[in-house]
Design a protein around this ligand. Structure first.
Ligand code: GLU
Length: 512
């Protein structure tokens, strides 16, 4: 992918190098929403032949784990999202883990203190909690009281002497005019600084808080753009103030719309907001996910839906990202997966066959060492499933009969097509016709079945439906002649014998 040379599109003044980042907190597996943002940062960087950085925001030490960090890297790689700088590959702006960048935060904190843009706050947890409760009782939004805002050096010393350890609070400048952000997606967004209260930027143990660390790192890593979810919009004015206080220019912001479920409610597990690795385990293909991610929020002019990654890189325009919420439509993702499954099968059948084998094993329909013959059989089944196979598990819905020793009959299908007075006669005749064939290919099979209908003086469908139910147990599935060919003569004749016996002497439970 990186070897590819998309047309250079320069649309930023001075043709600066575009540098974007994805900055996950390793407090869980990579979820769809995170992967979505990672993807757009990556896409934007690749479109502009820029640099994509992975930064681990692990300042929450209690919840961050190495295992989650590893899994996030793994899942991004699986999606085909590669980074030029990051904790594993290094780079000129490292380290790329916030826990390793303490000195940089301390230096910035000292600068802010020196400029009186931040001050030590000695308020205890209890004091702050009491303030909050009072605000709630008075139905006011909770705001920092400003208790430590203007302490004299003596007052500070007294608190320290009493054993209080300070946090560091950012001093929101008073009387500052409206904060204006030119957002690449939302357009001009304005924030009233009067709505902000002084906020903590460093804990008493010296670790930085999100807004502060994020600014120090985005500046320190020379980020040109910050593409992120709208849930961070409320952080943006605070970050802008920190940039200003440090005399730094903020990156260009682009806040992407919220991700909603198909019912327009906040995306949750119920809608499919699960870990990317869950999707992988279900047999979703990374190329389908990536194509699907691109269309959540970005609207290519011509309404086209299927794109290769190279096309996405080439065509992506941040100006075409919508402001209204993006909808995560799992049905659409499944459809797309089906399209990519077929493409994958054409390119490298083994890849799809492996996924289907894993699913069959999981369901106990295959076990032990899979022989080359079994593999070939699965491959033939996959080939005739065509579009029905959107996910590997669709093999269970439409093709379980290929792998079950006995057909599992759908009672409705039996009632409809295997319970007529002539069923046994029809099946017997078809059995004979199929048994008499010398070859076992599509034209021969089709001729035997259609010839059977003609011989019996009935329409083709009067033999085709019972035959399908006798062999598969259901009314839907791959083409009849194809499935007969793949099942093989021996299985077909054996299943017909059973169905004939059944038609003559139906089991008690079968509805008639
Ligand atoms: N660590 C933040 C998150 O995971 C990063 C937000 C940002 O991109 O600024 O949401």
């Amino acid at each position: 992918m990186r070897g590819l040379q998309p047309r250079r599109v320069v649309c930023y003044p001075g043709a600066m190098t575009v540098r974007t980042r994805y900055a996950p907190s390793p407090t869980g597996y990579l979820h769809v929403g995170g992967a979505w943002m990672a993807f757009f940062n990556w896409l934007f960087a690749r479109h502009h032949q820029g640099v994509f950085v992975l930064r681990i925001e692990d300042t929450d030490r209690d919840r961050s784990t190495e295992e989650y960090e590893r899994s996030i890297l793994e899942d991004l790689r699986w999606l085909g999202i590669d980074w030029d700088e990051g904790p594993d590959v290094g780079g000129p702006y490292g380290p790329y883990r916030q826990t390793e960048r303490g000195a940089l935060y301390n230096a910035a904190a000292q600068t802010l203190l020196g400029r009186d843009a931040a001050y030590p706050c000695y308020c205890t947890r209890e004091e702050l909690e009491a303030d909050r409760q009072q605000a709630a009782a008075e139905r006011r939004p909770p705001r920092y009281s400003g208790r430590c805002r203007n302490l004299t050096p003596d007052e500070r010393r007294a608190r320290e002497a009493a054993g209080r350890v300070a946090t560091l609070r950012f001093r929101v400048p008073q009387g500052r005019p409206t904060i204006v952000v030119e957002d690449l997606v939302l357009g001009q967004v304005e924030f009233d600084p009067a709505d902000l209260d002084d906020f903590i930027i460093q804990r008493s143990d010296g670790t930085p808080l999100y807004n502060f660390a994020n600014v120090v790192d985005d500046h320190g890593m020379d980020m040109s753009h910050s593409l992120r979810g709208s849930e961070h919009l409320s952080n943006t004015p605070r970050q802008v103030l920190i940039y200003e206080a440090l005399g730094w220019t903020p990156p260009r912001f682009a806040h992407f719309p919220l991700l909603l479920g198909i019912d327009r409610k906040k995306l949750s597990k119920r809608h499919g907001d699960t870990a990317v690795r869950e999707y992988a385990a279900q047999g979703f293909l990374p190329e389908a996910l990536v194509n699907f991610f691109a269309l959540m929020g970005w609207y290519p002019e011509d309404g086209r839906e299927l794109f290769t990654v190279e096309e996405l890189i080439h065509r992506f325009r941040i100006e075409a990202v919508g402001k209204s919420p993006a909808v995560f439509d799992i049905q659409k993702l499944s459809w797309m997966n089906g399209v990519y499954m077929q493409a994958a099968y054409r390119q490298n059948p083994d890849r799809v066959v492996d996924l289907v084998i894993a699913c069959l094993r999981d369901q106990g329909l295959l076990d032990g060492e899979v022989t080359p013959e079994q593999r070939a059989y699965v491959a033939r089944v996959v080939a005739i499933m065509g579009e029905r196979l959107r996910l590997p598990r669709d093999i269970l819905t439409y093709g379980d009969f290929f792998f079950r020793p006995q057909v599992a009959f759908d009672p409705q299908a039996v009632a409809k097509h295997l319970s007529g007075p002539d069923t046994a006669k029809v099946l017997r005749h078809l059995r004979e016709a199929l048994a008499a064939t010398r070859r076992w290919d599509l034209p021969t099979i089709e001729a035997a079945v259609r010839g059977g209908a003609a011989h019996l003086g009935v329409e083709d469908k009067a033999v085709i439906h019972p035959l399908r139910v006798a062999l598969t147990g259901k009314t839907v599935g791959p083409g009849l002649f194809e499935l007969i060919e793949v099942l093989g003569k021996e299985r077909v004749l054996e299943r017909l014998d059973r169905a004939i016996a059944r038609a003559v002497e139906p089991p008690a439970s079968t509805p008639r």
